[in-house]
Design a binder for this molecule. Sequence first.
Ligand code: PLP
Length: 398
Amino acid sequence: MTQLSQRMVELGTAKSEIREAFAFAQARAAEIGPENVDDFSIGNPSVPAPDTVAQMVHQLVDTVDPIQLHGYTPAQGDGAVRQALADDLNRRYGTDYDPDCFYLTAGAAGALCCVLSALGCPGDVFLTFAPYFPEYKVFVESAGGTLTAVPANLEDFQIDFAALEAALSPKVKGVIINSPNNPTGVVYSEATIRKLAQMLTAKSQEYGHPIWLISDEPYREIVYQAEPLPWVPSYYTNTLVCYSYSKSLSLPGQRIGYVLVPRTAEDFDLVYAAVCGAGRALGYVCAPSLFQLVVANCTGQTADIAVYRKNRDLLLTALREMGYTCAQPEGAFYLFPRSLEPDAKAFCRRAQKYDLVLVPGDSFGCPGHVRISYCVPTEQIQRALPKFRKLAEEYRQG
Ligand code: PLP
């Protein structure tokens, strides 16, 4: 029998609760009709990309030499594209990034893998905050490190700084944050980012090496609060930004995003070189060339996120009225209410009796909660509300 990497076999066969919930919804839809199944399992944007994306694709296909359009670009991405991305951020955040701070990738997943592989040395620990995107564990371990989740602050899902301080040690190479957050929808306040920056600065000095802050930002533009989102590198110099157009422009299948290494980061030249080297070692070659050009021409635009706000308001207000407890989500397109019994998996099984498909928080390192992805048509939310109500009544009746 062929000898295979045991780790890869395990990764390829391991069950994902999100995928299982989605598969259940698909199977039920085939049996009883999609109009009878309310699937809130998956984070696939439900609003189309803005029209300018299709217009730009047509224009590029009609006007650019196909050899160039579909050819390889430099590994870090087309120079003019990187200039456009730098101009966009500089305009929005008053920064002075240049094209050579950017490395274009296949989405945020590609960006995270490059950053973690660039930083990761044997024995390194990376911290993140529960609840967290489950793929972080896969990416960190593939880069040779180990992931430790700092327990959640269940009240508001801001950072529990006492818990963070307890988790920090000289082995910590980096801390991964994700705001707006999947799965809570919570946005870190400026006070949280400021305090985090202070603590990491002090600990970096104490340990004699930088603790890198990896800011995973695929939901950066999907924000409902009035205050602007803090631009993390302005608070902490050793920040590496992982960005994606999957959610902001509704382009998850086109696999386009970037790593930003600010020039002020410690050992900039080496860190940027290591990110490029990681991309090479991972076989990425270059990010999809057509969509490099598309996103460079769509800076400052988003899909119609007003639909997500409407969905959030409708669902959050109704669930709270029904007695569900849920932290205030100010971004992304997820709610993370407390499950009505301690075992969230049992709660999700009960919900499935109504063909209401949710994901247990256990998948995100935070039991006792469920994730509801509300990137769905608003009519689906309206249709599902009586099901959420019946479920709550079931628990009230004991
Ligand atoms: N990070 C978080 C928090 C996500 O929710 C996702 C996707 O859902 C990703 C990263 C990966 O995004 P991409 O499609 O850009 O690879």
